[in-house]
Write a protein that binds this ligand. Structure first.
Ligand code: HEM
Length: 186
């Protein structure tokens, strides 16, 4: 997992829960990195799992809720760091449908060792998208948050439901609707 995911995560933890919480979850975890991350480095995903688990225990928020909230923050990071990638698009469905074949392809050029999920388009129309998420990291709540922010970015209303195809969250189907366009067409 790329260092930027760790540095931005710890920044958000500090902002929401304070520096003591950052120290606390780092101390509680067994981290090969020692908890010192650089944005361009690469670290074990198991370090993120430990940090999330300890934060979850201390805040009584589920790991999924934490990942969702983190995604809202991470979208801002994306906006700041890769505005060109987002501005290739004029519509959220188009953007989300293009993660696999364009956006994450570009991400991999920047970070060849990035661990990215697989997105498979099941069905697509102008205002709806059924998309499968596959990843051993089961970060579908992170994906959900990024999808919500993709709609907000274009000031569009949406409805996004999902169904776990595998209970552990490594295979999840998303049902995405741009509700603005639907109401316009009746
Ligand atoms: C992971 C970049 C858009 C879904 C990542 C990572 C980066 C990244 C750097 C971390 C890779 C690693 O730690 O090794 C970007 C950029 C985007 C973008 C620059 C837009 C310009 C999106 C969108 C979604 C998405 C719109 C919506 C579903 C995910 C998920 C992960 C991820 C779920 C976590 C890894 C996993 O589940 O296995 N992305 N991303 N990304 N991205 Fe994106």
């Amino acid at each position: 997992m790329k260092g930027i995911v760790f540095t931005e995560f710890l920044e958000l933890v500090e902002e929401k829960f304070g520096l003591e919480m950052v120290d606390d979850i780092i101390t509680a975890s067994e981290l090969e990195s020692g908890g010192a991350y650089t944005a361009v480095g690469t670290y074990k995903f198991s370090e993120m799992v430990q940090l999330l688990t300890h934060l979850s225990e201390r805040t009584q928020l589920s790991v999924d809720d934490l990942l969702y909230t983190y995604a809202l923050h991470f979208f801002k990071v994306i906006q700041r760091s890769y505005p060109g990638l987002l501005n290739t698009y004029s519509d959220p469905i188009e953007l989300i449908a293009s993660i696999e074949n364009h956006i994450h392809v570009e991400v991999r050029k920047i970070y060849p060792d990035a661990q990215l999920p697989i997105f498979k388009i099941v069905k697509r129309s102008e205002n709806t998208l059924i998309l499968d998420y596959l990843s051993s990291r089961a970060m579908y709540s992170f994906g959900l948050g990024l999808m919500h922010e993709s709609f907000n970015y274009f000031n569009k209303n949406f409805k996004i439901d999902f169904e776990k195809i595998k209970e552990d969250g490594t295979y999840v189907r998303f049902f995405i609707v741009n509700t603005d366009e639907n109401s316009e067409s009746g």
